[in-house]
Ligand binder design. Structure first.
Ligand SMILES: C[S@@+](CC[C@H](N)C(=O)[O-])C[C@H]1O[C@@H](n2cnc3c(N)ncnc32)[C@H](O)[C@@H]1O
Length: 594
């Protein structure tokens, strides 16, 4: 049964019906309901009061709920909210004040009333009016069934959380014991952008990313993250605990930010949940908990909310290095440095329908199954993340058009030299012109990114950025041309096979794999990025690599893939890495001295 679009139980509707029938003034009704439920201003005005009285006579059953995607609306089920509150209860059993920043239908509030018996004040903020009603009905129902329990004063505030000044509450209750608990919206600013939604804080570039970061996606942020930062800013000096159900990516960002912000939080924990089971979504998320008003700590210990076991791992800062597993990192930190060879991301074109091709005997098929005849010169084999499973790759199932040798190169030459290709690209001009990213603005026609001399190196060592199970692959030329990679992959280019093979063996070694395990987050959207890969100190890893093992690995590679790589160029390789390392150090010193 629903009233004002909020669910209401029979018990509450009968109670309201019988008690309000003979009351005509909403102020008197409010005074009566304050006594029964603790809620201040149950009705905001006389109109609300009259409407409710009329509605409970004829409760409406609604058929469908509105689309609330822009509000990141995933209501926490009661069992999970009870579990989360019990976790707080273990470390902080007797709070005075409870704050639910985006309270939905109020399950966290009911769970808190269940477990914190001495609460004096509860504040809940929510933008969706039907949820405000439902929360009020739920609280009323709770107290109808728990008549003896002490009633805190409860304010359910219909407000936009982004406009709410939490510092007023922090000041009002300074010195009291506060618990902040809830589950902020699960939506990102770019999702809101595509929904044309304004459910955003006014200052959306809130972490002050520069323009380029904003373009490349680092400026994309989760609304939940904004809310966490708002709350930490307001309450970090309050006594108590801060806890929210949030995406793991948000938790990771908070710990990362902790280095520069030094929020006064400690005892930082995250309890991972099964989001598929709890919310029917495929997002890694956890219940995040920390103690406020403490000497800042810079790491988070990870547990499983369903198991009573000790922590699975700790992640966070070790001096100026951010690591995903402190314990593993202890044994592999020596490889944490800077790669003397530069890792590159593959080609980005945002036009796969036109630019990606499959090959048949004497024609190509594009991604929308159009049959095309093209000159071969600008077409190269292409590997995508899912193709990077083998240790050695010498052919591709896909092809791509590479119209430029370097970013920004003019493409007018294509019309004269490759008329078939030009006609094909020109026919699909609209698809290029409709690319949204501003990196393509004012660039030559059919421009691509992630292209340079390195792309045309014949040998590459590559890895996918996307997969939890990973290995490095040696990529050899195909049909006498270098193979290209797409922008989900990262690689180092080489002009000789030996150097590429040595690099492959070192990167796939147990030592490097353990190091990577200690700094990568398997729940990240992109587990590998250029920043992560550039941390592998290839010189150190190579220099420490025993020759006998290297020999064994190369022999295995040779026999499995029919290659003939010897150790002849090993010393040159090491010297080259050392030289590049020195150059890098000098360059850094030079930059620092300027
Ligand atoms: C993930 S749900 C969680 C609700 C509740 N905290 C719970 O745990 O069940 C997020 C809630 O945030 C509310 N919300 C979204 N945008 C909001 C805004 N700008 N101000 C206040 N509440 C908002 C939604 O209506 C929704 O109820």
């Amino acid at each position: 049964m629903k009233i004002f679009d909020g669910n209401i139980s029979l018990q509450v509707s009968e109670f309201l019906n019988s008690k309000l029938r003979n009351i005509d003034d909403f102020i008197i009704a409010n005074a009566f309901l304050l006594k029964s439920s603790g809620i201040i201003n149950f009705f905001n005005n006389a109109e609300d009061f009259e409407c409710l009285k009329n509605s409970i006579l004829e409760p409406i059953s609604r058929v469908s709920d509105p689309d609330r995607t822009e509000y990141g609306d995933f209501q926490t089920n009661f069992k999970l909210s009870l579990k989360c509150v019990s976790i707080i209860n273990e470390v902080y059993p007797n709070p005075d004040i409870l704050i639910e920043p985006t309270s939905g239908v109020g399950n966290f509030i009911i769970s808190a009333l269940n477990q914190f018996k001495n609460l004096k004040y509860i504040y809940a903020i929510e933008i969706h009016k039907p949820y405000i009603w439902e929360t009020k009905f739920n609280i009323l129902e709770y107290f109808l069934s728990n008549k003896e329990q002490l009633k805190p004063t409860i304010e359910i505030i219909h407000y936009d959380v982004f406009d709410f000044d939490f510092s007023v509450l922090a000041k009002k209750h300074i010195g009291e014991n506060i618990v902040i608990v809830g589950n902020p919206p699960w939506v990102t600013n770019s999702q809101l952008g595509s929904l044309n939604s304004s459910n955003l804080p006014q200052k959306s570039n809130f972490k002050n990313h520069n323009g380029i970061d904003a373009i490349t996606g680092k400026g994309n942020f989760d609304i939940g993250e904004y809310i966490v930062l708002m709350l930490l800013n307001a309450f970090q000096k309050s006594n108590g605990y801060f806890s929210l159900l949030i995406k793991n990516s948000v938790i990771k960002n908070i710990i990362q930010l902790q280095k520069s912000r030094s929020f006064t939080i400690a005892d930082i924990k995250s309890f991972s949940i099964d989001s598929k089971k709890e919310f029917d979504v495929s997002v890694e998320a956890s219940f995040f908990l920390c103690k406020l008003n403490s000497e800042p700590e810079y790491f988070c210990s990870v547990k499983d909310i369903y198991k009573n076991s000790s922590s699975i791992r700790e992640f966070g800062w070790v001096e100026d290095k951010f690591v995903s597993n402190l314990e593993l990192y202890k044994n592999s930190y020596s490889l944490d440095g800077r790669s003397p060879l530069v890792w590159r991301q593959g080609i980005k074109h945002d036009c796969s329908n036109v630019m990606e091709l499959n090959k048949n005997d004497n024609y190509y098929l594009n991604n929308i199954n159009e049959k095309i005849n093209l000159e071969e010169e600008l077409i190269y084999g292409l590997l995508k993340s899912s193709d990077l499973k083998n240790f050695v790759i010498d052919k591709t199932r896909k092809f791509t058009i590479v119209p430029q040798k370097n970013v920004g190169d003019e493409t007018k030459y294509i019309e004269k030299l490759y008329p078939l290709l030009f006609n094909y690209l020109n026919k699909n001009k609209d698809q290029f012109d409709s690319r949204k990213s501003i990196i393509y603005k004012n660039k030559p026609k059919f421009s691509i990114f992630g292209i340079g001399d390195y792309s045309f190196m014949p040998f590459k060592v590559a890895i996918s950025g996307l997969y939890k199970d990973y290995n490095f692959s040696l990529v050899l030329p195909f049909e006498n041309k270098p193979i290209m990679l797409d922008d989900t992959c990262y690689f180092i280019g080489f002009d000789n096979l030996e150097y590429a093979a040595y690099t492959l063996v070192i990167l796939n070694s147990e030592e490097v794999m353990n190091f990577l395990k200690s700094i990568t987050f398997s729940d990240a959207k992109r587990m590998f990025t250029k920043d992560i890969l550039m941390r592998i100190d290839l010189f150190k890893a190579a220099n420490n690599f025993p020759n006998s093992r290297l020999n064994r690995e190369l022999n295995l590679l040779n026999s499995t893939f029919n290659l003939s790589i010897s150790l002849e160029k090993w010393d040159n390789y090491i010297n080259e890495l050392l030289r590049t390392n020195d150059k890098e150090i000098q360059l850094n010193m030079f930059n620092r001295n300027r």
